[in-house]
Design a protein around this ligand. Structure first.
Ligand code: MRU
Length: 350
C-alpha cells in the first residue's frame, strides 16, 4: 500500500492522524483538500507531501474549467500558490509544484486534454520515482550499518513519510532485509509523536526490533555506549550541508558528536535546496500551541497555558558525518560534494 496515490479521478492517502490505532484512507477531489490535508498533517514527511502536492496540481488541472491553455496555466499557478503555502519548511513541496508548473509552461502548444493528461503522468512519475529513489538510498546507506548495531532514529522517515520504503527508516529496512541483526531506539518525537505512533507501527510490520524512548533519553543511551549510529531524515538541506529536520534533531546531533557517534541524514536530492547558502535561510514552521498543550485531545495542562511549538530545527553541517542520497553519500566539504551529487542526478536524467 502506498502512502499517497492516484485512484481513478482522485487522490487517496493514508490518514496518518489515526495511526497506529486505525489504518484508514481519505479520498480527496480538489487541490484545496490536498493543501488542507498537508497543513493538518493527514499526510506528512517531506517526500510524501511533495508527491501529494504533485497530485494536487494534477487535480487542479483535472478540475479546472479552463477552456484555453492560458486559463489553465493561471489556474495551475493559483493552485501552486495555495499548495506551497500549506507548509513552509520541506522544499519537496515547492519542488514538486514547480516541476509540474515547468511542464505546463513548456507545453503551451499542446491540446488542453493532452496537457491535463501529461500533468497527471508527471505527478505519477514523481510518486514512482520516489519509491525507486528511496530503495536506492536505503541500500547505499545500509552499507554503513553493521550486524548487531543499535541505531537511534528521530521522527518518522519511513514508508509513511514518503510514497513507500522511506529514507532513514528505509536504510534500516534495507539493513534488515540484508539479514543484519539491528535494534532501533525510536525517539518518541514530541509533540506529534511521529516516532512512537508511526515509526513503531512501521517497524512492527517489518519485524525490526525496536524500543520507543522518550526524546530526553537519547543522551542517556549514547553515554552508556549503546548507540552505534544515528539516522535521521531532512526537510531541506542547504548548499553548505546545514539541514532542517523535525524539532529535536539538533540536540541529537550535538549529543552524537559529544559521544563520538556517527550521525547521518538520509535525503533524496529533491530535498536539497542549493539556492540557500546556509540553514539560516530555511523557513521554520511554527505550529499551533494546542499540539503541545493537548496532544491528540489529551489535556496535559489547562488550555490557556502558554506554549511554543516550532516544528523543525536546523542542524549545522559540522555535526554531520555525511548525507546519504540516491546518488551516493555526500561528505564534508558539503558545498563541493552536494553540488556534485545534484549534478550527477541531472546528468542521469539528461
Ligand atoms: O512534521 P513532519 O512529520 O512532516 O516532519 C517530518 C520530518 O521531519 C522527517 O524527518 C522529514 O520529513 C524526512 S521524512 C523522509
Amino acid at each position: 500500500m502506498r502512502t499517497v496515490e492516484w485512484i481513478d479521478n482522485h487522490v487517496a492517502m493514508i490518514d496518518q492522524r489515526q495511526l497506529p490505532w486505525e489504518l484508514t484512507m481519505v479520498n480527496l477531489y480538489t487541490y484545496q483538500e490536498v493543501a488542507e490535508a498537508i497543513a493538518n498533517m493527514t499526510v506528512r514527511g517531506a517526500p510524501a507531501i511533495g508527491a501529494s502536492a504533485g497530485f494536487g496540481m494534477a487535480l487542479a488541472a483535472m478540475t479546472s474549467s479552463a477552456t484555453t491553455v492560458e486559463a489553465l496555466l493561471a489556474d495551475l499557478r493559483e493552485a501552486g500558490r495555495v499548495l506551497k503555502a500549506s507548509r513552509p519548511t520541506a522544499v519537496n513541496l515547492a519542488w514538486a509544484v514547480d516541476r509540474l508548473l515547468a511542464l505546463a509552461h513548456n507545453n503551451t502548444g499542446s491540446h488542453l486534454d493532452d496537457l491535463r493528461a501529461s500533468l497527471l503522468r508527471e505527478a505519477q512519475r514523481i510518486a514512482d520515482e520516489d519509491v525507486e529513489i528511496n530503495r536506492r538510498m536505503g541500500y547505499i546507506g545500509a552499507e554503513l550499518v553493521k550486524d548487531g548495531d543499535t541505531i537511534l532514529h528521530h521522527c518518522n522517515t519511513g514508508a509513511l513519510a514518503t510514497v513507500d520504503f522511506g529514507t532513514a527508516l528505509g536504510v534500516i529496512r534495507a539493513a534488515h532485509e540484508q539479514g543484519k541483526r539491528i535494534h532501533v531506539l525510536l525517539d518518541e518525537t514530541r509533540p506529534r509523536l511521529q516516532g512512537a505512533r508511526l515509526s513503531a507501527w512501521e517497524l512492527e510490520q517489518l519485524g525490526v526490533s525496536y524500543d520507543i524512548i522518550p526524546d530526553t533519553a537519547a543522551g542517556f543511551y549514547m553515554q552508556r555506549g549503546e548507540i552505534k549510529l544515528c539516522l535521521v531524515g531532512a526537510d531541506r538541506v542547504a548548499a553548505n550541508g546545514d539541514f532542517a529536520n523535525k524539532i529535536g534533531t539538533y540536540q541529537v546531533a550535538v549529543l552524537a558528536k559529544e559521544n563520538g557517534i556517527p550521525f547521518y541524514t538520509v535525503a533524496p536530492t529533491s530535498t536539497i535546496d542549493l539556492s540557500l547558502a546556509s540553514g539560516a535561510e530555511i523557513p521554520i514552521e511554527e505550529r499551533d500551541k494546542g499540539e503541545v498543550l493537548h496532544p491528540y485531545g489529551l489535556a496535559l495542562v489547562p488550555a490557556h497555558y502558554h506554549a511554543r511549538n516550532p516544528a523543525f530545527d536546523v542542524t549545522p553541517h559540522r555535526y554531520l558525518s555525511g548525507i546519504i542520497t540516491e546518488n551516493g553519500i555526500a561528505r564534508p566539504d558539503f558545498v563541493e560534494s552536494l553540488r556534485a551529487i545534484v549534478m550527477a542526478g541531472q546528468t542521469q536524467v539528461g
